[in-house]
Design a protein around this ligand. Structure first.
Ligand SMILES: [Zn+2]
Length: 264
């Protein structure tokens, strides 16, 4: 590994460690359950997802991104050279906004996304709590996203790194100092914004869908910052709360769905 790469990995490790420490020392919302069993459960689901993404999604999306660049196809590739990389990353971010909206509005997609939302507290571990099958369910959209965006291989790798850092950051239960959270929300998704999205109240959860730039929510009227964090109950308002546990979480999407107040 080159020195630059080692420095980057070390910096990323320090940032992740900082977030995990900060959310314990300066919590944004009071936690309702013991953290350790939740964190282990979420990490187990996340490990399953990571294997599928590395084995299936990454090779397929990288192959499409390489062709985008070679054939100058997709939105970003129509732009002049220096703008292509950044435009590709922004287009990927916008595509992900619509995917997230769809997971809340389409009942079949909600079956899988519900496993993420049913976590009764939210912290950085919630960022990786997805049903592994969701990685296959989301694959056609992801491939279309890469093809249409015109993102190149380098831009795609950057998008993935930024996306992973961003989801860890905005799922964290970290209280930022002063008005920093509100100031950052002018540009990116913050822990306060995403806390509202994880509320059991459907009208509150029907907001703040973006995973990166907050402009997408502002553009489509889904931005909300008017709910106090102390008043939020995290989770899903349905009758099958046992789906939090790992064996139930894994089988939940394939069972009859409880009467959930779908958003939208
Ligand atoms: Zn969601």
């Amino acid at each position: 590994m080159k020195a630059g790469k080692i420095a980057l990995v070390a910096a990323a490790g320090a940032v992740v460690g900082g977030i995990l420490l900060a959310e314990r020392t300066r919590p944004l919302r009071a936690q309702t359950r013991p953290a350790i069993p939740r964190n282990i459960r979420n990490a187990a689901l996340g490990a399953g997802c990571a294997v599928i993404v590395a084995a299936v999604e990454e090779p397929l999306t990288q192959a499409i991104a390489q062709k985008n660049e070679a054939r100058r196809r997709g939105i970003a590739q129509k732009l002049p050279g220096p703008l292509r990389e950044i435009a590709g990353i922004i287009a990927m971010d916008y595509g992900f906004y619509w995917w997230h909206v769809a997971t809340h509005r389409v009942p079949f997609l909600w079956r899988f996304h519900r496993v993420h939302h049913i976590d009764p507290d939210m912290d950085a571990s919630t960022a990786v709590r997805f049903h592994p099958a969701d990685m296959f369910v989301s694959l056609p959209w992801r491939l279309a996203q890469v093809r249409l965006s015109g993102v190149g291989p380098r831009g795609l790798r950057w998008w993935r790194n930024i996306f992973n850092f961003s989801i860890l950051f905005h799922h964290s239960n970290m209280k930022l100092p002063g008005r920093l959270d509100d100031l950052l929300a002018a540009v990116i998704t913050t822990p306060k914004m995403h806390g509202i999205h994880h509320s059991v109240v459907a009208e509150q959860a029907d907001s703040n869908f973006t995973s990166g730039l907050s402009i997408w929510d502002r553009l489509h009227g889904t931005f909300r910052d008017d709910v106090a964090q102390g008043s939020i109950t995290i989770g899903v308002d349905d009758a099958r709360q046992q789906d939090v546990e790992l064996p139930h979480a894994l089988t939940a999407p394939f069972k009859d769905q409880p009467a959930t107040k779908m958003t939208g």
